[in-house]
Design a protein around this ligand. Sequence first.
Ligand code: GTP
Length: 600
Amino acid sequence: TAPELLRNFSIIAHIDHGKSTLADRMLQATGVVQPRDMRAQYLDRMDIERERGITIKSQAVRMPWAVEGPDGAVVHALNMIDTPGHVDFSYEVNRSLAACEGAVLLVDAAQGIQAQTLANLYMAIEGDLTIIPVLNKIDLPAAEPERHAEEIASLIGCEPEEVLKVSGKTGLGVPELLDRIVEAVPPPVGDPSAPARAMIFDSVYDTYRGVVTYVRVVDGALKPRERIEMLSTGAVHDLLEIGVISPEPKPSGGLGAGEVGYLITGVKDVRQSKVGDTVTSAAAPATEPLAGYQDPKPMVFSGLFPVDGSDFPALRDALDRLKLNDAALTYEPETSVALGFGFRCGYLGLLHLEIIRERLEREFNLDIISTAPSVVYEVTMEDRSTHTVTNPSEFPEGKVSSVSEPVVRATILTPSEFVGTVMELCQSRRGAMQGMDYLSETRVEMHYILPLAEIVFDFFDALKSRTRGYASLDYEMDGAQDANLVKVDILLNGEKVDAFSAIVHRDGAYSYGVMMTKRLKDLIPRQQFEVPVQAAIGTRVIARETIRALRKDMLAKCYGGDITRKRKLLEKQKEGKKRMKAIGRVDVPQEAFIAALGAD
Ligand code: GTP
């Protein structure tokens, strides 16, 4: 297709504002998906995406759309590049936007602008994209399209009348939106006769086909069966298949300048087809790579352990498989006294952690337990040595001079009546206010610097429940800050239980210690002797509970009773023994640890 007939665009929206539903209507309106093949959220292929209603991986789909010109109808090719809405995955939004010239800014007509609308909009503006403002869900009785159109118009500097109004549910306004995309989004510019350069914006592992790489060709063209080169590594591969997704992969005679599509080379590992890399022809290679992306860095770490120790090799295989598709996931083996063999894993954020956990359980049938999430701390000792700590149990012993923790720059959008509540919440999470802007009389944008550690637990839930669901949150990493942080250890009969060590602010150390010792006291069965459960900072004990000694013989109560009952009890005990973990002299069923980690 000639570049002037191409339009590459993304839909950017706050989570739940209806991006996937609108994409479905576009697939139908352009005839790419026939009515009988239609299913909701057509592009969200992974089951877990469909069930949770969120989009994880970017997808690119090509749709024909005819527009009347002076000499009759002209068919254009629209490439829609889907983007995920959740903050954890904003790096994927970024790279999708780099493949486009335009962005549809989609806003729920009942909710108005939200924090991620803004975050994504700023990214699109930074990328110099043409913005098409659209209000969605205008079929809703609670929709206030006029009010929100004004808000959007004043935000991006257009007239309120220019804001399109659509319903992804009924399909109303969708043809007009497609027309507007053709009219307003500039066609791609690139040099069709220059050496080929294509940017990789996603690569996905497929069990049957190996790695499927999504590219946007910038200059030149790529042809089937030629040899291609990855510019960063110089690795050369045979191009086995090249084509477009519409809505299933369709092999084609090649991809020209400005086109978006997929490549298959037979490589088995996504790391050989790195997102952000430039693909060129091996026969006539380009010399300059295209501007790439930064690798996503894991921000949150936690231990993953199989509930049944014999599942350890299966867990390793499963993580290897997930990693094929998810460059942001990291893991290395970890051994815990309480939980046995497992892995220390790094994630982009809490949602990423939950998704990995759920996929391990659902797709790989593994029963796993994860330890409390931790961020990355930089610890400086008095002897000037520094340590990077992602696992509280590895916090260095000795004299600490300072500890720094990652902080985020957070934007919270809330109705003005909740400003006080939000301030209270942020203060209790060690937030520092940076300023406040009124978007309108009733809506306020608040800026905070907050420790990432305070956000990763339940900040989002707390924010939602205190504002009856009206506030929204977006954040980006903003370096690190020193804080008064200490490691609290939990001791059972004087022995450290590694899985329960935590790095917390000194002000919160006591309450963490009290909570954990109480919880373990209730969960750990009595032993033949008295067992102290203590919380300590270094050698200083800050909280203590006692598990009293067991007096009665368990079988005594069965004495004289029926023998099968006695046998059952013995068998039960034997089964329990298998999973006993010995902490020093104390035998603890693994279930007790799991329960203690799982409780809120
Ligand atoms: P993420 O992929 O998680 O970012 O969400 P999304 O923005 O793709 O939202 P999705 O399309 O999943 O829609 C969110 C919810 O809004 C779903 O329950 C949809 O049924 C509903 N919805 C979407 N569009 C419309 C609309 O035009 N009208 C009405 N009434 N509901 C809509």
